[in-house]
Design a protein around this ligand. Structure first.
Ligand code: GLN
Length: 492
């Protein structure tokens, strides 16, 4: 029986547990210990030690009885706190859901457990997944494991920080306009947002339903591919989940990329000022060229409207989705006389400023008189953005772009200016609005900042295989390993 390695990923852990080389209980105990040791990151809102250890023991017992274990045997998982876990607090990092324990598991949680994964914790996030820095959490910001003075990105900042810090071999996040990919970029982890409809949204607490997707964060591409295969598939409880076959994503990671045509948004790139982001992009472009890809210049003429369109569509949907959290149904366990005062208190402490701002913006965009001018107009431009991609994909098989315009910015640096914060999403919003699969691939550390940098790969709907193939090629040529120096003894 070998000691689990502190940086072992999904595939290595599952294979070691399946082969009986490691006990799931030891793996989980190690991750729980690391979670406690790195409480300073504030990456987690709930650590479920007892439940995790007993789930791990159950996996070990099944193996001891000679049963075959699943594809994620003993793999420790962190869940963003907007994914429902039966009986465990699920707050969306909001006071308004304090005390809420869902009576059921999200579809993706069921699928993880069916493959013998072990859920160890719920991750901090921006309140109701609204934000790009994790500073909108009601439970305080998360620190970036690469530099504790910097933001981990958002809204899945806790998931990204945990993964980079080796707390859990995989974390699930949700991505509405970039919330898996942008924190993935800030923390230097692989972050996959699948095609809209590829995974079920059942049990993911809604922000903007036409955009929300569950996504994965892992330390390498193959790990992400394995988890994606487990999570993907039709679920009749989510009317938007697709009835598409699920290919072998893991096998895709080994396929050659020569001959693939990779589109580059030259005009958008010229507007990026950050030297590290520019250098990472050039290096990625060159490594794909070296791998035999054809690089073609493309245009997405309406992509620059992404921020405006997104902040109308997403806030409109949020204002409708969040209307149910009026303090009467969730988080309250009071009766009779207490009810009114608790109701008042919950409302007063209820939503944080960013959530309120978005509900107001969304309500305004949907109000009669402004509905056509804002909401309908935004939907029309969204259609033009979809058509831009359709045209682009006649000329290329994938689009390569930066994921975020800068590496991780400092905590507090953008909190005073919501618009500056919204601009962190300029590259992640267009694929979200078009429903396309997109992922962040780290390619190295920036020379100027010393922080992780990488690129975003976007492909046509339901071609995750091709996206992963390119991501694996980029990863292999980069030599990047996710090892923040303060955590892994300077190995970064
Ligand atoms: N940062 C974007 C926002 O604030 C995206 C959030 C998300 O993808 N959940 O809305």
């Amino acid at each position: 029986m070998s000691e689990p390695s502190p940086v072992a990923g999904v595939v290595d852990t599952a294979e070691a547990v399946r082969a009986g080389e490691q006990r799931a209980e030891d793996v989980v105990a190690q991750h729980v210990a690391r979670a406690k040791a790195r409480a300073d990151l504030n990456a987690l809102l709930h650590l479920d030690e007892e439940r995790a250890l007993s789930a791990a023991r159950a996996v070990d017992e099944r193996r001891a009885r000679g049963e075959a274990l699943g594809a994620l045997a003993g793999v420790p998982v962190v869940l963003k706190d907007n994914l429902c876990l039966d009986g465990v607090p699920t707050t969306c990092a909001s006071r308004i859901l304090e005390g809420y324990r869902p009576p059921y598991n999200a579809d993706c949680v069921e699928r993880l457990i069916a493959e013998d994964a072990v859920i160890i914790a719920k991750a901090n996030m921006d309140e109701f997944a609204m934000g790009s820095s994790n500073e909108n959490s009601a439970f305080g910001p998360v620190k970036n494991p690469w530099d504790l003075t910097r933001a981990p990105g958002g809204s899945s900042g806790g998931s990204a920080a945990a993964t980079a810090a080796g707390i859990g071999a995989v974390a699930l996040g949700s991505d509405t306009g970039g919330s898996v990919r942008q924190p993935g970029a800030f923390c230097g982890v692989v972050a996959i947002k699948p095609t809209y409809g590829r995974l079920s949204r059942y049990g993911l607490i809604a922000f903007a339903s036409s955009l929300d997707q569950v996504g994965t964060m892992t330390r390498d591409v193959r790990d992400g591919a394995r988890v994606l295969r487990v999570l993907a598939g039709h679920d009749k409880r989510d009317a938007t989940s697709a009835v598409e076959p699920v290919p072998d994503y893991e096998a895709a990671c080994a396929a050659p990329v020569s001959g693939l045509r990779v589109g580059v948004l030259r005009a958008a790139l010229d507007q990026v000022e950050d030297p590290d982001v520019r250098a990472a992009f050039s290096a990625a472009e060159q490594s794909l060229r070296d791998a035999g890809c054809d690089i073609v210049d493309i245009e997405l003429p309406h992509a620059h409207h992404g921020v405006s369109v997104y902040y109308l569509v997403a806030t409109a949907e949020a204002s409708s989705n969040l209307a149910r959290f009026d303090g009467m149904r969730f988080g309250l366990r009071v009766t009779g006389d207490d009810l009114l005062s608790t109701y008042e208190r919950t409302r007063a402490q209820g939503f944080g400023p960013e959530v309120k701002r978005r509900i107001m913006l969304g309500t305004y965009a949907l109000s009669s008189g402004y509905y056509d001018a804002f909401y309908i107009k935004a939907q029309k431009v969204r259609t033009l953005m979809v058509q831009d991609y359709q045209r682009a994909f006649e000329r290329c098989d994938a689009v390569l772009s930066p994921t975020a315009p800068t590496p991780a910015f400092g905590l507090g640096e953008k909190t005073g200016d919501p618009l500056a914060m919204y601009l962190a999403d300029i590259f992640t919003l267009p694929p979200s609005l078009a429903g396309l699969p997109a992922m962040h691939v780290p390619v190295g550390l920036g020379q100027a900042s010393g922080l992780p940098v990488g690129v975003q790969v976007t492909t046509p709907a339901f071609t995750e295989v091709r996206m992963l193939q390119l991501a694996a090629a980029l990863e292999a040529r980069s030599g990047y390993v996710c090892a923040p120096p303060a955590l892994f003894g300077g190995a970064g």
